[in-house]
Design a protein around this ligand. Structure first.
Ligand code: COS
Length: 377
C-alpha cells in the first residue's frame, strides 16, 4: 500500500488551493449572503480546468482518475462546499453518458462542458427523492421523439446550466423498469426553470425547480435503453458519492483548522483554551474523524480506479464523510463558543453547509441501507 500522492496529484491539490485562496475565500461571505456565485467564478473554474474533470482524454478532457478528482474536490470543499457542489454537478450530470451514452451523446455532453458550460442532473421530484424509482415525469413516445412532462426539484445548477440529464418514466405500468434517461438542451421549447430555492447552507450553489411542459426529445438523446434509467442512475450515484465524501472531508478539515487556530489564540483563565484537556479531547476526536473519513474516501476512489467493485465503499465514504463533516463543524462552533455562532467567523457557515451533505445524493439513511444490504445479502 502506497499513501504517497503522485507529483501530478500534488500539483492538482496546489492548483485547487490557489483557486480557493484567490477566487473563493475573499468573497465567501458575500456569496453566502447573496445566495449566488459571484460573476465570472464559473469562467475561472473553466480556466483552471475544474469543470470537465471526468471527460476522457479521447473527448478532449483531462481523463483524470477518481482519486485525483477527489483530491481536487477536497480542496474546493475547504473553500466552500456549495461551490464545490456546483462544480461537481458537471461530473454528476456527465456520468450517465459515461456509463451508457452513445458516441453522439458523449460528444454533445463533453463538448458542452469542455466549453466551460454547466450541466445538471435532474432525477429528484417533489414526490421522488429517496424513492428514485418513483419518478412521475412521463416520457411518451411520438414517432422518433419522446414528449416529456413533469416537474423536477432541488436541482443543483438548475437555473444556470446549458444541458441536463433528465430522468422520466417511459412506461408507467413498469415502475422503476420504465425509468429512462435523456439529454435535454436548455433551449428546448417547453423546458423552463422554476423557483430558485432559498437554502440554509451551500447558499452560493444554485438550486432550482425545472418544469418540463411537452418537451420533445429526439430518441437519439435517450441514454441507454428504455427502462434502463434506474440502473444508470444508481451507477451514476455510485461514481458521484465519493466526491460528496471528498467535499465533506475538505469541509471538516477546514473547520478543524479554524478551531485549532482559535483555540491557540483564545485566552481564558489566563491560558489559551488549547491547553485545556477537554478542548484537546475534542480536537483529537475531530482530527481522528477527519482522517478516517479521508481514508474511506480515498479507498472508494482507489477501488474505482482499479476497476474493482466499489458500490459498498462509495456509500460508506459518502455517509461517513457527511456525518464527520456535521459532527466536526458542530464541534468547531462549540470550541469557538459565541464567536463560532457569529457570521463574522467561518464555522457557522460550515455547520450550515455540512447538513446538506447528509441529505443530498442519497440521504445517509439510504447510504446505510446500501451498506447493510451489501453486507447482509
Ligand atoms: N448499480 C447497478 N445496478 C443497481 C445498483 C447499482 N448501484 N443498485 C441497484 N441496482 C439495480 C439492482 O440490481 C436491481 O436490478 P434488477 O431488478 O435487474 O435485479 C434494480 O436496480 C433495483 O434494485 P433494488 O431493488 O436494490 O432497488 P430499490 O428499489 O430497493 O432501491 C435504493 C435502492 C433505495 C438504494 C435506491 O432507490 C437509492 O439509491 N435511492 C436514493 C436515490 C438518491 O440518491 N436520490 C438523491 C437524488 S439524486 S442527486
Amino acid at each position: 500500500m502506497d499513501f504517497n500522492l503522485t507529483p501530478d496529484q500534488i500539483a492538482f491539490k496546489k492548483m485547487a488551493q490557489e483557486l480557493v485562496a484567490k477566487e473563493i475565500t475573499p468573497y465567501i461571505r458575500e456569496m453566502d449572503e447573496k445566495s449566488e456565485m459571484r460573476p465570472g467564478l464559473i469562467q475561472k473554474f473553466h480556466e483552471a480546468g475544474i469543470l470537465n474533470l471526468v471527460v476522457p482524454e479521447e473527448y478532449d478532457g483531462p481523463g483524470l482518475d477518481a482519486l485525483s478528482i477527489a483530491l481536487i474536490y477536497e480542496e474546493l470543499g475547504k473553500g466552500c462546499a456549495g461551490i464545490a457542489t456546483s462544480a461537481a454537478a458537471n461530473a454528476l450530470a456527465s456520468y450517465p453518458v459515461v456509463v451508457a451514452g452513445t458516441e453522439e451523446q458523449k460528444r454533445k455532453m463533453f463538448d458542452t462542458i469542455n466549453d466551460g458550460k454547466l450541466a445538471a442532473f435532474a432525477l429528484t421530484e417533489p414526490n421522488a427523492g429517496s424513492d428514485a424509482g418513483g419518478v412521475s415525469t412521463s416520457a411518451t413516445r411520438d414517432g422518433e421523439y419522446y414528449v416529456l412532462n413533469g416537474t423536477k426539484c432541488f436541482i443543483t445548477n438548475g437555473g444556470i446550466s446549458d444541458i441536463y440529464t433528465v430522468f422520466a418514466n417511459a412506461r408507467k405500468s413498469a415502475g422503476i423498469r420504465g425509468l429512462t434517461a435523456f439529454i435535454v438542451d436548455r433551449n428546448t421549447p417547453g423546458f423552463s426553470v422554476g423557483k430558485k430555492e432559498d437554502k440554509m447552507g451551500m447558499r452560493p450553489s444554485n438550486t432550482t425547480e425545472l418544469i418540463l411542459d411537452n418537451v420533445r426529445v429526439h430518441e437519439s438523446m435517450r441514454i441507454g435503453r428504455e427502462g434502463e434509467g434506474f440502473k444508470i442512475a444508481m451507477k451514476t450515484l455510485d461514481a458521484a458519492r465519493p466526491l460528496v465524501g471528498a467535499v465533506g472531508v475538505g469541509l471538516a478539515d477546514a473547520a478543524l483548522q479554524a478551531a485549532c487556530k482559535y483555540a491557540k489564540e483564545r485566552q481564558q483563565f489566563g491560558k489559551p483554551i488549547a491547553s485545556f484537556q477537554l478542548v484537546q479531547g475534542m480536537i483529537a476526536d475531530m482530527a481522528m474523524a477527519v482522517e478516517t473519513a479521508r481514508l474511506m474516501v480515498y479507498k472508494a476512489c482507489w477501488l474505482k480506479d482499479q476497476g474493482k467493485d466499489y458500490k459498498l465503499e462509495s456509500a460508506m465514504a459518502k455517509c461517513l464523510a457527511a456525518d464527520v463533516a456535521m459532527k466536526v463543524t458542530t464541534d468547531a462552533v462549540q470550541i469557538m463558543g459565541g464567536y463560532g455562532y457569529m457570521k463574522e467567523y467561518p464555522v457557522e457557515k460550515m455547520m450550515r453547509d455540512a447538513k446538506l451533505l447528509q441529505i443530498y445524493e442519497g440521504t445517509n439513511q439510504i447510504q446505510r441501507l446500501v451498506v447493510a444490504n451489501s453486507i447482509l445479502y
